[in-house]
Design a protein around this ligand. Sequence first.
Ligand code: HEC
Length: 289
Amino acid sequence: MGIRARLVFIMGVFSLIATLIIGGATYKLTERNAIIEARQKGQLLFNYIVSSRKYFKNYQRALVLELVEEDRFYPELMSGFVVNRGIWDVFKENHQGYNFKQATLDPLFPANKADKDEVRIIDAFRKRSDLKKQEGLVEKNGEKLFYLAFPIKVDNKGCLRCHGDPLNAPKDQIEIYGTENGYNWKYGDTVSAYVIYVSIHEAIKDAKRTAGILFLIGIGCFFLALLAMGFFLDRHVIQPIEYLSDRTEEISRGENLGESFRHKANDEIGVLAHAIEHLRLVMIRKQKR
Ligand code: HEC
């Protein structure tokens, strides 16, 4: 293989590897940014949910309890969890790509039932009581989601009025939710988790597209650079070397000794040309003797 072919081959392989690395790194960076953004959005949403729940608990519920007859229970007015769920259902109508769930091992409301991934999250909270938050990536229905999760503990004996023995639960509650599920929780147990999902599906798709475009641009640029290099090599290295080797052959045979030559460029080929010119002059002197 000639110098030109070898150089173009080596450079081609290196540029392919370089563009692959650039494309891959771009993909990873974009994915990382998407996760950081999803985390910020999820945290913001969660802070808002917790704040509205706190407001409900501190200001509204006490008032409602005063106004509602004893023994009556209206979940929409009196349960922070129902209020959270209801507000989220409204929010969801106009905001795709987000989800919020009060995922529970054994819930009163069936849709709150934790799925397989959520059971794993709740189990981790149960095993480590110092764990206050979990986050990660999951795939649901073929969609890649970032999740943030926070534990829900039965931290108040009052919870057991409605989640303990169904015999003690408000009759309104039993009428709506029955007595099958959502009872016999234990004080101090972590039974549930707030889980916020933020879709990073679009962001990942964008990351792939950006990486692909950069890869193609990189390949295009390297191809042009290779063409330029091939052209330069041909003109300034290969052709002069071929010419010089022809001349050296001639000189060695004693032919065309009168024809002088010069290589103008002040480079390695110039040095070689100078040496061959010197050889030519030596040969002329030899012939004259
Ligand atoms: C007066 C009754 C009542 C009390 C007291 C109560 N809850 Fe509930 N809770 C409910 C009802 C009713 C639901 C059903 C929510 C729905 O329809 O989404 C519920 C739902 C929940 C859920 C969502 C899972 C599910 O069961 O559907 C969690 C978690 C929860 N409660 C935790 C608690 C904790 C912790 C306490 C104590 C701090 C507490 N609850 C106190 C009535 C109560």
